[in-house]
Design a protein around this ligand. Structure first.
Ligand code: SF4
Ligand code: SF4
Length: 173
């Protein structure tokens, strides 16, 4: 089927408009009007004096990841790989080791996230059955000079962690 195309012609210009001088002056008047109005009525200005003033983020905003802790301060993560399996960017790398407590089975020996690949979708948080990983830190990914600096490790992830009392995998482990 051939799409119908409606051709719209340019509106005709009168003599004053075709000289562009009046249009130029009109444009400058509009620019000046906005400039002086913003200057004297700062409360109406949409911009913020960043970084002195910052707009609060929505509670749903996703920032740097953090690994949550049990009540005894140890990581809640049981290295089940659900987050890395569901991560669409394939940026989570976990190496598991045995947990000293036989009731818990596994704990991550290393846990790395490549922030240059991460798209901050939050799927890792949703896939985790243990409330062990969250993206609610409210912290931006920092600027880096090299790819290796963009990889956050277990220590960094735990440094932003806090205690969670959610039931671990549906059970109180
Ligand atoms: S936020 Fe999304 S892309 Fe980033 S690590 Fe989690 S699942 Fe992967
Ligand atoms: S899904 Fe949760 S418990 Fe499983 S490896 Fe990821 S962070 Fe750890």
């Amino acid at each position: 089927m051939v799409a119908k195309v409606k051709k719209v012609g340019l509106p005709p210009l009168n003599v004053a408009e075709s000289l562009y001088v009046t249009e130029l002056v009109r444009g400058l008047i509009t620019t000046n009007r906005h400039f002086w109005r913003n200057w004297f009525r700062r409360k109406d200005t949409a911009t913020l004096e960043y970084p002195d003033k910052r707009r609060p983020y929505s509670a749903r905003w996703r920032g740097l990841h953090r690994l949550m802790l049990r009540e005894n301060g140890t990581p809640r993560c049981v290295a089940c790989m659900m987050c890395s399996t569901h991560c669409p960017a394939g940026c989570i790398t976990i190496v598991a080791r045995e947990h000293p407590d036989p009731a818990i089975e596994k704990v991550p020996a290393s846990f790395e996230i490549d922030l240059l690949k991460c798209i901050f979708c939050g799927f890792c948080e949703e896939a985790c059955p243990c409330d062990a990983i969250r993206v609610d830190s409210g912290v931006h990914a920092p600027p880096v000079y090299g790819r290796d600096e963009a990889i956050i490790d277990l220590e960094d992830l735990l440094s932003r962690g806090s205690q969670s009392t959610a039931k671990q995998g549906g059970r109180n482990l």
